[in-house]
Design a protein around this ligand. Sequence first.
Ligand code: 13P
Ligand code: SF4
Length: 329
Amino acid sequence: MEPGTGRVNACLQFVPMHALIDEIRTLKARRHAAILAHNYQRPEIQDLADVVADSLQMARQASAIDAPVLVICGVHFMAETAAIANPDKTVLIPEPGAGCSLAETIQAADVRRWRVEHPDGVVVSYVNTSAAVKAESDYCCTSGNAVAVVNALPRDVPILFLPDFFLGQYLKRVTGRDLDVWLGECHVHAGLTREVLDARRAEEPDAEFLVHPECGCVTSAMYYAEAEGDVAAGRTRIVSTEQMMTRARTSPARRFVVATETGVLHRLRRENPEKEFIAAAEGAECRYMKMITLENLRDSLRDLKHAVTVPADTAARARRAIDRMLAIG
Ligand code: 13P
Ligand code: SF4
């Protein structure tokens, strides 16, 4: 098989890639479905999607799009969020095993324990959490609006931010608020350490750095962004994946080092063909995001699987936190 021209399906039958793509388009039209893909998805999935975005825009578009069937090409919490906000739509995920190592670091019982110690406290959950954790939370946020959400909270109340430690440290510094921060991390972003960032800075002294706030290097990146006289002062941005798209478009820089999952490079390059984008680490791949393939997307549309639903009482409690997230920032 020539690279990029065909696929081998589960029965080891050769299926040309263009035939698979045609099949997906036909099934999508027949089902009146919309495909929403995260910025980390495989290039061929992004190219087929109606929406390619960060977690915040995916959640907003899930409600805005007028389609009875939404296929979420992302990880499970993204499909759950879409299902909670859109109980009248059929929400599908092509591979139900597409989880999130960060979301796994906290359970609903952990949040309840914190509340016992802080009865007047406010809980802010990153969207990378299960529906059960969201149901125990007051607010949800994404990397795209976390600063705005924390800034909107009343002063003088204890606040728990969960579950990402690095994003929590970033929020403490930017908002000046004293947050309790859960000790969770994403295995992909935690690996993007200060050492990785420093090595890239030495190799690429003229590039602009786009750093996701879940990265292990985020504290150093903040320091470099602000330090007077640092070579990269003003050329280091701590941004969500969608904000990376906006910054790449508007920045005068021609060359960028991108510290996040490498799937984001496809859209950055496609939308900015005259600019150059370099991965901070080529190995920064989310194996869960990459579980979505053309084959299981086709199967999902053909067989209407795998439907993602959330028990009504959990969904009702989680919806409050999600609605607040959608309203801010
Ligand atoms: P964004 O919301 O910035 O797209 O990030 C989602 C995510 O899972 C980061 O790992
Ligand atoms: Fe979760 Fe990390 Fe994958 Fe994002 S990159 S979905 S935080 S495991």
